[in-house]
Design a protein. Structure first.
Length: 567
């Protein structure tokens, strides 16, 4: 009863630290069985188990051992979800030898809410080492820990998914900053490693003339490598290209398709790079460990692959632009004039506020956009957005988005509802490697109330009582993930208060030294102009950014909207 009480106390304290939870479980089991060898296997995917915590095992066994459901004593307990006791392993054909001295084994399944979580496995050099009483007590302990372990795993998975999304968002942001494909892929390789440990990273590109997959970029142990080109049907890479789908190989020694290119490789995952349903290359990861890559890794790489494919395509387009620069410059100037016509010709006059807005593109054409949607006398809609990437492709996407949003805006839609509607419309078009960060706000003059929802734009700034502060409003960019919902924030503003919406091209403007303009300088300038009108403050902000960046090339579009409450 004391042991069960201690188990309940540990679980009720509920730590989300999986390692600590398993350590406490092992310590509690020791009070029941004086073991020298213990392993806690946790479910890995639908059909396999791997060691998550162990005492008494060799490190290579812990790292490499994978068991299928029904395989070995542990697999049998997992498959039946019943405790398995083997008093003499030499007489049980299910036994898989991991330790030379084992004579008896006990496997206790961990089940939470009807779902298998894992298995506690004890091994002993003594025959008949485990009594029925000990088995029952371990089952009771396991039943108390199962739910906590499942929750800790879910917490860890959530953190990992969030980190994955942040990394993918960071990679997409790099696309708008780096035009050289070599430099970009070097950055991608380092960011992928933060999510998926690997020993070798490669990008193969399809050479239509030679009918080969050319090794374009490779890294092994942080050093550049160059591999030979491969026929389109050869190896794991060729299989991914031929099938136009990811290929995961947990043990290369068991896959006849594997072609050795890097010494010591034991597992590999290859994901095709596709544009417009055509394979243009393959992203390939390799490891010296068996089972180093999982289906979760495949999903992560599948999200990344369109971004890499788009980067390659953009680089090729950039080369074409360089070859015919004079002609395209004329076309870009014409496109800029056309794009200007898509932006509002001026800022609307609306009850209770003064508005001023401006877009300063980094190139001839811009990926930033803004618009206004008056529904007098009830409210005024205010939109600012930034599409992924830059240049002509981003501008075309911005034009598409601008037209789409104008069709979606209605008087009865709240900011959050509009973002959801626009998100679904963009996802329905499935334009690869493109998405939109946007913020939509509604001004209600009768109540001096501003309601806004954010989809990935920089946090808005509000000046109230002479002090500038962030408005905490965040959300996933539009056209990126299915089923996204958005929150909205409400502000009460008094006469003299200001709302400033700025694209990241403002705060990330770099000076000659490489230092960024930053939010701090933006806030200080807003605070230093307490009596300025909206247009005066807008002019002052752009003048300060221009002065700060004097001599440095503008790398991103700059867009500002200033809203000042007048009465």
């Amino acid at each position: 009863m004391e042991i069960l009480g201690e188990a309940s106390e540990i679980v009720s304290g509920y730590t989300l630290d999986l390692d600590e939870l398993l350590r406490q479980l092992a310590a509690l089991v020791l009070k029941v069985v004086d073991y020298q060898v213990i392993a806690v296997f946790l479910r890995s995917g639908k059909e396999s188990l791997r060691i998550r915590f162990a005492i008494g095992y060799r490190e290579e066994v812990i790292r490499n051992l994978r068991l299928k459901m029904g395989e070995g004593i542990v697999g049998a307990a997992a498959q039946t979800r019943h405790t398995v006791v083997v008093n003499d392993v030499s007489k049980d054909p299910r036994y898989l030898m991991a330790l030379d001295a084992t004579r008896s084994e006990l496997a206790v399944p961990l089940v939470a809410r009807g779902k298998l979580v894992g298995v506690i496995d004890l091994q002993s050099p003594t025959p008949d080492a485990f009594s029925e009483y000990e088995c029952k007590l371990l089952e009771l302990i396991g039943s108390r820990f199962s739910l906590a372990i499942d929750g800790a795993q879910a917490h860890r998975a959530t953190i990992k998914r969030n980190r994955t999304l942040q990394t993918l968002s960071g990679i997409a942001h790099e696309f708008s900053r780096i035009l050289k494909l070599e430099e970009l892929l070097q950055k991608v390789s380092s960011q992928v490693r933060a999510l998926i440990p690997y020993d070798a990273f490669s990008i193969f590109l399809w050479d239509a003339k030679g009918g080969m997959l050319e090794h374009y970029f490779g890294v092994r142990f942080d050093e550049r490598m160059q591999l030979r080109s491969m026929p389109a049907s050869a190896g794991i890479v060729g299989a991914a290209a031929s099938l136009a789908e990811p290929v995961l190989v947990r043990d290369t020694s068991l896959d006849e398709r594997y072609v050795a290119a890097v010494p010591g490789i034991r597992s590999e995952v290859a994901v095709p790079l596709m544009l417009q349903h055509k394979v243009i290359g393959v992203l390939d990861l390799e490891s010296q460990q068996i089972g180093a890559f999982s289906h979760e890794h495949v999903r992560t790489l599948s999200l990344l692959a369109p971004q890499v494919a788009a980067a390659i395509e953009n680089a090729r387009l950039y080369e074409q632009v360089a070859a015919s620069q004079a002609r395209l410059e004329r076309d870009l100037r014409a496109a800029r004039e056309l794009q200007k016509s898509l932006l509002p010709s001026g800022c609307p006059s609306f009850e209770g506020i003064e508005i001023s807005a401006r877009n300063d593109p980094a190139l001839e054409v811009s990926g930033d956009l803004y618009d206004f949607f008056p529904f007098p006398p009830e409210h005024l809609g205010i939109l600012i957005g930034d599409v992924s990437g830059k240049g002509s492709a981003a501008a075309l996407y911005a034009a598409l988005v601008a037209g789409l949003l104008r069709n979606q805006v209605r008087a009865d839609l709240s900011p959050a509802q509009l973002l959801v509607t626009a998100d679904r419309a963009l996802l329905a078009r499935r334009i690869e490697a493109r998405y939109l960060t946007a913020l939509y706000a509604q001004w209600f003059p009768a109540e001096r109330r501003m309601v806004l929802a954010n989809a990935g734009q920089p946090l808005p700034l509000v000046r109230r009582g002479g002090h500038v502060e962030y408005i905490v409003a965040a959300g996933v960019p539009l056209g990126l993930l299915d089923g996204t919902a958005y929150d909205q924030t409400e502000l009460r503003l008094d006469p003299g208060d200001l709302l400033v919406l700025a694209s990241d091209g403002i705060t990330e403007t770099q000076g000659e030294s490489g230092e960024e303009y930053g939010v701090r300088r933006l806030r200080e300038l807003i605070e230093s102009h307490p009596e300025a009108s909206a247009s005066e403050l807008l002019d002052a902000l752009f003048a300060d950014v221009h002065e700060f960046s004097a001599g440095a090339r503008q790398k991103d579009d700059r867009t500002l909207i200033v809203v000042k409450v007048t009465r």
